[in-house]
Design a protein around this ligand. Sequence first.
Ligand code: SF4
Length: 235
Amino acid sequence: MKDKIKKINKLLVKHFGIPKRSKKLPDPINTLIATVLSQNTNDKNSYQAYQNLKKKYKSWSEVAELTKSELEKVIRVAGLGKQKSSAILSFLKTLKKRNGKIDLGYITEMSDENILDELTSIKGIGVKTASCVLLFSLDRNICPVDTHVHRTLNRIGIVKTSSPAKTFEIINKHLPDGIAHQFHTNLINLGRAICKSSKPICSICPLLLECKYKYKNLEKSDSVNVSRFLLLDSI
Ligand code: SF4
């Protein structure tokens, strides 16, 4: 599987390039909260909600003092306000209770597995959110799996799984060193622009010859332009 992943990654890099990332990695708390905000919405709305929080409050400690409905109002643009405000408040309060302060600096010395266990033990924080902290803030070689990554990897035939959690488990066992950020980001680019959920545009796909998907759509299509803005590389 490692060789297949390498081959697919190479084709994606040839097509989409090596994704840019900010020189200074974001603080783990910023990444975690931005990822919670990004669930079930687009990057534009979650970025707006994240900016609302950062502009209105000086610190995450201030946010931790808000009531659920106060927080819900500020992040409304990202949708699922009740669920997201609960997860954010539960995370900030748990951190304070466990460590006496709102800081995730202590996880930087921990192994990937221990960080996943530590973060997912907090109510409302799932594997996808925890794995985004590993990749985007700690630069670990971990590929988070969202719906785009899950769908494209299954269509290509690298995995055959029924849930993003299972895909995450398998893909990260076989991920070649040093490619997590480009592989993850380019699979999202592929899923957004070409291998769309409802109807893939296989005629312009750089993976056409490698892909095992049975229901390819080979209708002719012009190349598509989709925003490459990625929330977690922009905070
Ligand atoms: S060939 Fe089609 S189904 Fe396969 S990855 Fe490309 S767009 Fe998706």
